[in-house]
Design a protein. Structure first.
Length: 319
């Protein structure tokens, strides 16, 4: 399938088109299964990883950036899921890989390697030669030497630096070469056989149906629609206006010069503020405190004068 066709299907899937997403699943599920099987060496585990990968892709399609290839982004999702599973199996006694001896491996002739090395034999070979690798080493080795990806693409997929990739790749190759040398086998020949024999996905249509059932049962990534709440909007405006009126009332006095300050708070009573320079040397918070204190004093005096004037008018009327 061409890249343009893939992008069209991705855009349709973003609009909750399940039939378009089913085509994406059918196109890529084999390659995801191949990667998962080579990492986990278990067919059922690999099928579960495929299903979980596409379910996560369905729920995260809005995070996909079209400037990158869809296959690279899908690789990233699948690798993250398989890597987490590898680490869980490594620390789980029940999921730990059992030791396999070389005598237990099936004999694969060079003449008919593709016909004889099926999933069971492939699993045995991978387990024997790669069971000592750490999850990070196994992931890097699989992507670079088996899947044949470039270092830069592995950086995008795994998030590892090039130094980490090269270091883990070196350790993985060294460990595998050591085992191959012990069994008098050639590394390049063994690797070529491994690459030429991909795992076989049995009954892919059934897997697609299972994935689509899980997709349809999962909630889609619904973005909350932001609707204008008229009542909340009006309340915000009213609160802003009231705050503005309060501030205007609080500062509705003539500008107070330093020489006109009649009330000085206690912390500053011993300071002489008649000098403009001494007033300027105060901190902003101190000036604000003096300003509002003087404003309150001025308002009290004005109210007192108004009450006296009102009382005087009443007395004059009575006379």
């Amino acid at each position: 399938m061409e890249q343009n066709e893939i992008q069209v299907l991705v855009e349709k899937s973003r609009r909750q088109d399940a039939s378009a997403f089913a085509l994406l699943v059918a196109e890529y599920q084999t390659f995801v299964f191949r990667l998962a099987f080579r990492l986990l060496c278990d067919e059922e585990e690999a099928r579960d990883m495929v299903q979980e990968t596409f379910l996560r892709v369905w729920l995260s399609l809005d995070k996909y950036r079209p400037e990158f290839r869809f296959s690279t982004w899908l690789y990233r999702v699948a690798c993250n899921i398989c890597y987490d599973r590898l680490r869980a199996l490594q620390h789980s006694p029940a999921g730990a890989l059992s030791d396999i001896t070389f005598a237990e491996l099936p004999v694969c002739s060079d003449d008919n390697i593709e016909a004889t090395l099926v999933n069971r034999e492939l699993k045995a070979h991978i387990l024997y030669f790669m069971q000592q690798l750490t999850p990070k080493q196994k992931l890097v080795f699989t992507l670079r030497d088996i899947e044949e990806l470039e270092i830069k693409e592995i950086e995008k997929i795994t998030g590892f630096t090039s130094v980490q990739i090269k270091a883990n790749l070196y350790l993985a190759r060294k460990s595998i070469r050591k085992k191959l040398k012990k069994e008098e086998m050639n590394y390049e020949k063994w690797l070529e056989q491994l690459k030429k024999t991909p795992p076989v996905l049995e009954n892919p249509d059934a897997l697609t149906e299972d994935i689509m059932r899980a997709v349809k049962a999962a909630p889609f990534r619904n973005r909350p629609v932001r609707r204008l709440n008229f009542a909340a909007w009006c309340s915000a405006i009213a609160a802003t206006l009231l705050l503005g009126l309060w501030v205007a009332e609080a500062v509705a006095v003539d500008p107070i010069l330093s020489s006109e300050v009649t009330h000085i708070p206690k912390p500053y009573q011993e300071q002489t503020l008649t000098d403009e320079r001494s007033y300027e040397r105060l901190m902003t918070g101190e000036k604000r405190e003096i300003f509002f204190s003087a404003s309150r004093s001025r308002k009290k005096e004005m109210l007192k004068r108004e009450r006296l004037y009102t009382r005087y008018e009443q007395i004059m009327k009575n006379e």
